[in-house]
Design a protein around this ligand. Structure first.
Ligand SMILES: Cc1cc2nc3c(=O)[nH]c(=O)nc-3n(C[C@H](O)[C@H](O)[C@H](O)COP(=O)(O)O)c2cc1C
Length: 218
């Protein structure tokens, strides 16, 4: 797959089939992940591949509760927008789609074939994200949909770590869970704010001299 295609179409593909992902492909994805940069090349990361049904079932319950809780608190403004907003407003339509996709994952996490957990080090945690993004891009090239999630590590960290037989937060900090599976939907270019709307030139607040009105790929 062409690099630009992977860059432009890799997005939260939460709805996937139950078709398993082979060990060979998981090895390829992790091999791509560990090529990523890390501060001082310390490579302080650990990954745990989970396919065990009983553990996924237990995680689904935790994840679902966590999402319900989040929707009632931090995401309440979005829930209000869905309930009261103009159903023809593109922003409302987009929020509804994201909500439905997130809810699907919460309701079906146990059916997602592979969950990948990732740890980093305290104070150097951000080094994990280039590796995870590389893994997600490599997954796209293999026709595998991924979504990066952090919800399980907001309020339920210890419960999740116990389930995974992982050490308590200390030397290692759990950073994310990536869901992986063969997507039921199509790959499309992610809709985003345009780059000139979020970039400055030379001085904060000074607009760049160019605009990009449409994604530059394909
Ligand atoms: C740091 C981070 C944390 C995220 N946590 C979650 C999560 O817990 N659950 C989830 O369903 N999606 C999560 N996402 C995915 C975002 O919701 C997704 O990237 C965003 O809605 C854009 O979706 P799109 O790429 O399909 O357009 C997370 C993404 C990032 C970068």
């Amino acid at each position: 797959m062409e690099l630009s295609q992977a860059l432009y179409t890799t997005r939260a593909m939460r709805r996937v089939t139950t078709e398993p992902i082979s060990d060979e492909i998981m090895a390829k994805l992790l091999d791509a992940a560990v090529r990523a940069p890390s501060g001082g090349n310390t490579q302080k990361w650990r990954f745990l591949i989970l396919t065990d049904q009983a553990k996924k079932t237990a995680l689904q319950k935790i994840y679902s509760e966590a999402l319900t809780d989040l929707n009632a608190t931090q995401y309440k403004p979005m829930m209000d927008l869905i309930a009261n907003g103009d159903p023809n407003d593109p922003e409302v339509i987009q929020v509804k789609k994201t909500y439905a996709s997130g809810r699907w994952l919460a309701d079906n996490l146990d059916k997602v074939p592979t969950l990948l957990f990732a740890w980093g080090k305290p104070n150097g945690e951000s080094s994990i994200f280039p590796a995870l993004w590389s893994l997600q891009l490599a997954a796209t090239a293999e026709g595998i949909g991924t979504s990066l999630t952090t919800l399980l590590f907001k309020k339920h960290t210890q419960q999740v770590l116990d389930l995974l037989g992982a050490p308590a937060v200390g030397e290692w900090v759990p950073m994310a869970m990536i869901t992986l599976g063969y997507p039921t939907g199509k790959w499309g270019v992610a809709k985003r704010q345009q780059p000139h709307e979020v970039a400055f030139q030379e001085t904060w607040g000074n607009p760049v001299s160019w605009t990009v009105d449409q994604p530059l790929w394909p």
